[in-house]
Design a protein around this ligand. Structure first.
Ligand code: FES
Length: 225
C-alpha cells in the first residue's frame, strides 16, 4: 500500500499497531477500537452560545497534542449533565476520552465531586487496557476536565472551589519540578535511572534523590497501578 492510499476503516479494525523500528506490537482491546472508530460525545461543530457552562483546554508536554472539553452542569445537583470533547490527539487519546465522557455522563451524570474521583486506572479497566506508552494520552481528558471544572467554578463565582495544582521545584540546580517528573513517568520512565536519562534530575543534587524516588513511586502508582 502506498503512503497516499486511503486506509479503509475495515483494515484498521482488523489491525493493531506495529512499531516499524522495534517490531513491537501495540495491542488494542476491542473496546478501545470501538471507542476509537465510533467515539462517543465527540464535538464535531463549534458549540452554540450557552450550550455549555465551561471549557477546559490542555496540551500534552509529552507529544504536543491538545484536548478540549466542554461541560454542562446542573447548578442544583452539580451533576455533569453533558460533556463533549475534541482533540488533535492519537487513537488512544480518542478512545480514552470517549470512555471518560461516557463514565462521567452515564445514568444522569456524576456529580463534579464523583467525576473528579475517576482515576486513570478506572478508565483503563473499562477500556480493557492500553499500552503503557500510551498512558500519557489517556490522562489528557482528566486534565482538561479539571480545567473545565475550575473554569466552571470561576464562572459561577465559587472561587473557593477552584483547585490549583502548583508545580514544586525538587531539583534546585536544574529547576526541575514535580510536574516534570510526572510527565517523565507518563512518557514511560518508572525508575530513577529512566527518569534521570530524560531529566538528569538529582544528578547534581543528591539530597533531592529520596523525594524524586518518592514522586516516581507516587506517579507510577497513580498512572500504572
Ligand atoms: S495524545 Fe499525543 S501521542 Fe497520544
Amino acid at each position: 500500500m502506498s503512503d497516499t492510499t486511503p486506509i479503509k476503516t475495515s483494515d484498521l479494525e482488523k489491525s493493531d499497531v506495529v512499531n516499524k523500528t522495534t517490531g513491537q506490537k501495540w495491542v488494542y482491546s476491542p473496546i478501545v477500537k470501538e471507542h476509537f472508530f465510533h467515539p462517543k460525545n465527540i464535538l464535531l461543530e463549534e458549540p452554540a452560545e450557552g450550550q455549555f457552562d465551561a471549557r477546559g483546554t490542555v496540551g500534552s508536554p509529552a507529544c504536543g497534542d491538545v484536548m478540549d472539553i466542554w461541560i454542562k452542569v446542573d447548578p442544583t445537583t452539580e451533576r455533569v449533565v453533558d460533556l463533549k470533547w475534541k482533540t488533535f490527539g492519537c487513537g488512544s487519546a480518542i478512545a480514552a476520552t470517549s470512555m471518560f465522557s461516557v463514565m462521567v455522563t452515564e445514568n444522569g451524570g456524576l456529580t463534579i465531586e464523583d467525576a473528579m474521583k475517576i482515576k486513570p486506572q478506572d478508565i483503563m479497566e473499562r477500556l480493557g487496557g492500553l499500552p503503557n506508552r500510551k498512558i500519557h494520552c489517556s490522562v489528557l481528558a482528566d486534565k482538561a476536565f479539571r480545567k473545565a471544572v475550575n473554569n466552571y467554578f470561576h464562572a459561577v463565582g465559587k472561587h473557593d472551589r477552584v483547585e490549583v495544582e502548583g508545580a514544586r521545584v525538587v531539583d534546585k540546580n536544574l529547576n526541575i519540578t514535580d510536574k516534570d517528573i510526572e510527565e517523565a513517568v507518563l512518557e514511560g520512565a518508572q525508575t530513577l535511572d529512566e527518569v534521570q536519562k530524560k531529566l538528569k534530575v538529582g544528578v547534581g543534587d543528591p539530597e533531592a534523590i529520596p523525594e524524586i524516588e518518592q514522586l516516581i513511586r507516587f506517579y507510577s502508582e497513580k498512572y500504572y497501578g
